[in-house]
Design a protein around this ligand. Structure first.
Ligand code: URA
Length: 248
């Protein structure tokens, strides 16, 4: 690959995803979240997945472990995946926010906006055919519309996200289905349509791609954090942690 060229092969895209993951580890776009998080929960799974899930934001367990959907909702997600013959390692899982909102409060609009370019870049690099948005936050963000999940669930639509066209498939959030049997039944029925959706041809991509989203000028780490170069060594440390976590 030459400088300035977009990553194309699966290996190139995986390497670019790793670099993005390392970049997010030092993110301070949301000062409150950067000050309270234990980890940045970038996302995990198959970096070349046909199916991607996008949830809301990490909870306490995810924040501890640096991996999305490791709590009760994640176990349900894994069970439903198993019922259609897929494993967690076959799909890519991410969230609208990469950091846990304190006390699990709702993500703020400014936080969702701050994190949006990371998510769009993840979509661009993983190149999924189908994206399941889990619940209201992810669905409203990606559709850029306030229509709620109760009206939209189970209805696929073609959608351009950044520079990628995907089949967007909103479904209920597994956390909401955990304690509501009727919602679980609906979620299961929507899941059962996924194999057919995945069997459809990949959506056509626009030939004339616009420029990628401009890189933002991220705030520098606080001065008290130390000498110049510390951010870089922090990145290197994050890189080795990522290898250990074997996120993708
Ligand atoms: N709920 C989410 O939306 N995301 C997680 O990672 C965990 C629970």
């Amino acid at each position: 690959m030459h400088a300035g060229q977009a990553p194309q092969t699966a290996d190139e895209r995986r390497e670019a995803l790793k670099a993005l993951c390392v970049q997010t580890q030092a993110c301070r776009r949301c000062p409150e979240l950067a000050g309270t998080r234990q980890t940045v929960v970038f996302g995990s799974g198959n970096a070349d997945a046909e199916l991607m899930f996008i949830g809301e934001a990490p909870g306490a367990k995810e924040d501890e472990q640096g991996v999305p959907f490791v709590g009760a909702a994640g176990k349900l997600l894994e069970r439903l995946l198993g019922e259609i013959g897929l494993a967690r390692a076959d799909v890519f899982i991410a969230n609208t926010l990469k950091c846990r909102p304190p006390n699990n409060r709702d993500p703020l609009p400014v936080e969702i906006e701050n994190c949006r370019s990371y998510l769009y870049r993840q979509v661009e690099l993983v190149q999924p055919k189908v994206i399941c948005t889990l619940g209201n936050f992810a669905t409203k963000l990606l559709r850029e519309d306030q229509t709620g999940i109760t009206r939209l669930h189970g209805q696929p639509e073609l959608m351009a996200l950044g520079r990628r066209t995907v089949r967007l498939y909103p479904i209920f959030h597994p956390a909401a289905a955990l304690y509501t049997p009727r919602m679980l039944q609906t979620l299961r029925e929507d899941f059962l349509r996924l194999p057919d959706l995945l069997a459809e041809p990949a959506p056509e991509q626009a030939q004339c791609l616009g420029p990628p989203e401009p890189e933002r000028d991220d705030p520098a780490p606080p001065a008290a954090a130390g000498e110049a170069g510390e951010a870089e060594s922090g990145m290197a440390q994050a890189g080795s942690q990522i290898d250990q976590l074997d996120l993708f």
